[in-house]
Ligand binder design. Structure first.
Ligand code: ADP
Ligand code: MG
Length: 141
């Protein structure tokens, strides 16, 4: 499946796409979820986390107060939207998460600090138009 350009036409289809994507993710892996507010980054994460059998979609929300959601089994979900400095990003301990053999680290708004991340990663760029979403999946590095 990866890489490529895909289209979904509903929230449910994006969750289903996330489930499919989950099956193709290597471990460890870093996934940057890129797109504007409301693009569907969290929605896609629900599908990926469900596909990995780490948590139910209902348990997945954008991490705000806790900066890192730990769903267990090496699956982590981070949202950098509210972080402003590299120092704040450094406090997340990303290196430690990615050191795990079983890590799947999903990062919303990762493009804000792209230079801080390992070159070996998957990026999903989501563009919204009404209820349709274009999802461009690329493997970097
Ligand atoms: P983000 O995390 O990128 O800010 P969310 O996943 O929280 O975005 O929100 C996406 C919003 O867009 C939800 O309200 C969802 O219902 C809506 N939506 C409409 N069509 C789609 C689609 N095809 N895929 C994903 N979300 C969609
Ligand atoms: Mg979100």
């Amino acid at each position: 499946m990866i890489p490529g350009t895909y289209r979904t036409n509903s929230e449910e289809e994006t969750i289903a796409f996330g489930r499919d994507l989950a099956r193709e993710l290597p471990r460890p892996c870093l996934v940057l979820l890129i797109g504007n507010l409301g693009a569907g980054k969290t929605t896609l994460t629900k599908g990926i986390v469900d596909g990995l059998r780490a948590a139910d979609p209902d348990e997945v929300s954008s991490p705000t107060f806790t900066l890192v959601h730990d769903y267990g089994g090496g699956v982590f979900h981070i949202d950098l939207y509210r972080l402003e400095s590299e120092r704040e990003v450094a406090t997340l301990g990303l290196e430690d998460l990615l050191d795990r053999d079983d890590a799947v680290v999903l990062i919303e708004w990762g493009e804000r600090f792209r230079h801080l991340f390992p070159g070996n990663r998957i990026e999903v760029e989501i563009t919204a138009a009404n209820d349709s979403r274009e999802l461009r999946v690329s493997a970097i590095g």
